[in-house]
Each structure stands twice: as C-alpha cells, then as structure tokens.
Design a protein. Structure first.
Length: 240
C-alpha cells in the first residue's frame, strides 16, 4: 500500500529539506565542473577552465665549452681560440653582438682537490660559457640544430637545450579570465536548469594562478617552444 505524506502534517524545515535533497540529486550528474551545489542555501559553486596555445617569444641559449691540459697557459690559449670560434659561429647564425654575452671563466686544478683521487687526471680544466638572449626564437631553434658545426671545429661543447620563455601573459590574461568565467557560468546554468532553480548573480569569484605548460605533456616547459597557458576560475552563483 502506497503511503502519502501530507505536507501540512510535516514541519516546514523537514519538508524544505526534502525538496532540497531532490533538487541536489537532479543536478548530481552535470559533470566535474560543479564543485558544490546547495539549493537549500540558494547557491552553486562551479569551476571554469580556459586554455590557450602560445609560442614562446624569448629564447636563452647558453653554449658551454672547456679545455683540459697539464699546462695552464696552453689550456687558456685553447679556450681563447674556442671563444673566437663560437663568436664567429654566432655571427654567421645572424646574432648581433649585443645579443651575445660572455660568462665568467672557471679554472679547476684537479691536483688541488681535497677529496678523491687525482691520479691520471689532466691537471687544469678551463671552462667558459657564452649566452645568447633574443626574441628571435625561430633563429635559436635553427641554431640548436647547427651546433655540430662547433664540434667539427674542435670545440668541446657541452650540449644543453635552449630555454624558451613566454613573456606576454598580460596580453592574454583578460580574455582568458573572461573565457574561464564564461565556462563556469555555462556549468552553473546547466545545474540551474536541471534543478529547476533559476540562476542568480555572482556571489563570489576566485581566479586561480595562471600556469604555463609545455603544449605536449611529454615535453619540458622550459625547453618547449610551443606552450599552453591555463587558468581556472571558481565562481559561486546565487540561485533564485
């Protein structure tokens, strides 16, 4: 036998709670965008995501090289020769002298080490680095593929990938925040529709931190020319 409840016989708080439970259940399968829905408290909290593919606009390429010899002046002379070769190579690649800076030279005396064996080691190791900093990121990508030319000329080069940086976050920030907010509102509207509670104004909004990631998950962000910018907005709407 079916049992029917007369709402007049139920306390108002209990009857209102039953309505709230039914409305929340109706919107339970909207998706992960709905963080928290409280129809009884007349509000819903949702997350909106915006992503944008971008290309780095600053490249930093560091070329490190070294020479080793038991005679320090000889090792120094080799570094001087290699530095001249590297400078010529970079000019040939099209970089102005203003884009190139020479790092501090380092000398290691293996006989002066406080620990470990120095037997059968070349005594002096001289290291030098040259850094290219430019907005011509495509040129750097081309240069990276041509570094073997330095090795063919006798430069003992330590290979390291260039660092690519996206510096124009402020240019995309406003439109991405708008996209994330619109995404959040879309989720809130869907919940309101399914629950039968009209959507009201924003009660609270929180913008998450912007993330700059490699466009492909298998790459490292700092060495990836192609990047992906991501932001999440969390918005609480009033339900009418």
């Amino acid at each position: 036998m079916a049992v029917q409840f007369d709402k007049n016989l139920l306390p108002p708080a209990v009857f209102g709670g039953l309505i709230a439970i039914g409305l929340i259940g109706a919107g339970a399968f909207i998706g992960s965008g709905v963080v928290n829905a409280q129809v009884g408290n007349r509000q819903v909290t949702v997350r909106g995501v915006a992503e944008r593919n971008v290309v780095a606009d600053l490249a930093v390429l560091t070329l490190s090289f070294k020479s080793a010899n038991d005679d320090l002046p000889t090792a120094q002379a080799q570094i001087d020769r290699d530095l001249a070769v590297v400078r010529t190579f970079l000019r040939t690649q099209g970089y102005p002298d203003a884009a190139v800076s020479v790092g501090r030279m380092q000398v290691t005396d293996t006989k002066a080490r406080e620990y470990g064996s120095s037997e059968n080691l070349v005594r002096y190791i001289v290291s030098q680095s040259v850094t290219v900093r430019t907005n011509d990121v495509q040129r750097v990508a081309t240069t990276e593929r041509a570094l073997n030319d330095l090795v063919r000329q006798g430069v003992q080069l330590d290979f390291a990938a260039p660092n690519y940086v996206f510096t124009k976050l402020n240019d995309v920030r406003p439109s991405m925040i708008a996209e994330a907010t619109a995404s959040a509102r879309s989720g809130a509207e869907q919940f309101a529709k399914d629950s039968g509670a009209p959507l009201g104004p924003i009660r609270q909004a929180t913008q998450g931190s912007f993330e700059i990631l490699a466009r492909e998950d298998i790459d490292t962000e700092s060495t990836s020319l192609d990047k992906r910018v991501r932001v999440v907005a969390t918005v609480t709407y009033q339900l009418r």
